[in-house]
Design a protein around this ligand. Sequence first.
Ligand code: ATP
Length: 300
Amino acid sequence: MIVTSGLTKRYGQVLAVDDVGLDVREGDIYGFLGANGSGKTTTVRMLLGLVLATSGDIELLGRPMPRQAAAVLPRVGALVEGPAAYGHLSGRANLTLIDAAGAGAPRRSRRARVDDALEQVGLGQVAGRKVRAYSLGMRQRLGLAAALLRRPSLLVLDEPTNGLDPQGISEVRELLLGLHGRGTTVFLSSHLLAEVEQLCTRVGVLDRGRLVLQDQLATLQQPTGRTVVRTPDAAAAHALLDGRVERLSGDRLVVARIEPAELNRRLVAAGLRITELGPERRTLEQVVLAATTDSPVVSP
Ligand code: ATP
């Protein structure tokens, strides 16, 4: 859906994006992670033809960008740098203005398309209210509704939950999961690890303009082969497991070189109490920290 090779953008002395090779596949919810200033927005803008690359190639939906922008962009929904809307007009009126693609279509089908987009983002009830009375979350959702007007097969979103409260973030997440369930491929940039961890199937990490990691989330979070045990009898467990405990902190032990089932049997046979036992997996934060040199990517 999105393939770039050698994608590079230089602003004078600043190398904002450096030799990036994105590979976003059909059906992905792709999380494009990076600290502030790492080059995410510049990359997104290049993908959409809003900024010209210094060098490198971009393919969107199998076609070269920006050369075939006129053919490609009608099939792509985009939300970049916050939604713009007229405050003195209603949400519905704003979308009707944006819906230029439907200019030739009968009025009734245009209205249906606008209402459908408003309904999808949960703004159906307030569609007639002036946008100046909308909360930030509602404005963000109006921006998403605008991106959905053309029923796109690919959504490209730059920090779609920026400035939203936890309720708004979870609403946007549910919306994106719903769209994904109905066949839309989603590419979103974010600096929030937790957001990407909960939502995405595939992850790319930008570090000072360079793509330092790109893989399926499930692959990145594969079991490490060690087992995590939580027990109020941590000291006794440590003594019992003699040399297999790699880490002990509080009631938590990380145990190597023993199958979880066998480990469980031994602990129970020794009369130790277990509150939790399972395979160790790396968190996305650990994966990102390992891939970036001094990553200021934040985890809320
Ligand atoms: P944020 O999360 O803060 O939006 P980002 O990852 O989106 O950050 P970019 O906005 O793409 O990062 O910026 C990458 C680098 O390019 C930064 O050093 C920035 O100062 C620089 N940059 C971006 N746009 C321009 C521009 N128009 N002129 C000069 N430098 C720019």
